[in-house]
Design a protein around this ligand. Sequence first.
Ligand code: 2BA
Ligand code: 2BA
Lengths: 141, 141
Amino acid sequence: IKALPLLQLTAESLMISSEKVAHVQLNNPLEHALLILVKSGYSAVPVLDIQYRFKGIIGKNTILNEILGLERFELERLSDITVERVMITNTPCLNKSDHFLTCLKAVMDHPFVCVVNQEGYFDGIVTRREILKQLNKYIHV
Amino acid sequence: IKALPLLQLTAESLMISSEKVAHVQLNNPLEHALLILVKSGYSAVPVLDIQYRFKGIIGKNTILNEILGLERFELERLSDITVERVMITNTPCLNKSDHFLTCLKAVMDHPFVCVVNQEGYFDGIVTRREILKQLNKYIHV
Ligand SMILES: Nc1ncnc2c1ncn2[C@@H]1O[C@@H]2COP(=O)(O)O[C@H]3[C@@H](O)[C@H](n4cnc5c(N)ncnc54)O[C@@H]3COP(=O)(O)O[C@H]2[C@H]1O
Ligand SMILES: Nc1ncnc2c1ncn2[C@@H]1O[C@@H]2COP(=O)(O)O[C@H]3[C@@H](O)[C@H](n4cnc5c(N)ncnc54)O[C@@H]3COP(=O)(O)O[C@H]2[C@H]1O
């Protein structure tokens, strides 16, 4: 099974490269983050610091949960809270050199996984769609 | 390749059955739909009519896009608009008897796909996660 060219694919060849990935910054207020998410159409995106190091993931779920008060969504609080305070930080990451099976396992529980290098710099994301596309290709071989 | 037990799996064996699927009704106001989405934690869920027939899909993207005004998110409009008016209706559906490859192709561009019978009744959903789990199992055989 190690002979399958599919299994030799690396995260680097599978990933959407960082310059094509929508993201937000650590210190952005949630108001800005929510606007980016709604305009880009993505449910969640990576959070980077000022030097493009990977810090976490922020999504509409997290933001809306944060402002859901007892009676209504308290939109005014969006300008008071920063991304850093509520983002999700315990998500698995991949390395550029990780092979296909590692990537497949990573997206089992996450719609996308960030590819990060040794120093923590953000390289890109591996999405479920890309994994499914490759599997679809090889399942027909 | 037709011999592979994986390819013989049907949508029925892959799907999350309707009783376990969070959904909203056609005539719910967006305010109710958004609450269901935030509390369930799902980005999008099926829309059913009063007889549990499949009608469309509603997600946070659609709702937030709808109320994004020029200056702010106009939350007050959420009680004025119904799910039916903004839901997405042109999504592909599956039939219980569809085989694995058909299901795989369906989730290529959609995180989940609804399983619907001839009369339009909602049977369940096939998710990317379930497809990936099965592929992960068989890729190790
Ligand atoms: N503008 C668009 N054009 C075409 N199809 C679109 C699309 N936006 C969303 N989709 C479809 O919907 C799926 C779920 O998107 P979601 O935003 O929930 O979840 C996305 C999003 O959170 C993130 N993502 C994907 N591409 C991204 C990017 N360029 N920048 C930032 N985040 C991205 O990765 C998750 C999984 O993406 P994946 O491609 O597997 O799956 C995507 C894709 O199949
Ligand atoms: N409560 C939870 N517990 C554990 N993991 C969770 C979870 N909520 C979300 N996830 C994880 O996040 C992925 C994306 O969820 P999302 O809500 O964007 O997108 C979901 C949601 O729109 C819909 N969905 C899944 N299960 C549902 C259910 N029981 N009722 C209604 N919709 C469901 O199908 C999409 C794809 O689901 P999938 O399982 O492939 O992928 C899920 C799953 O891996």
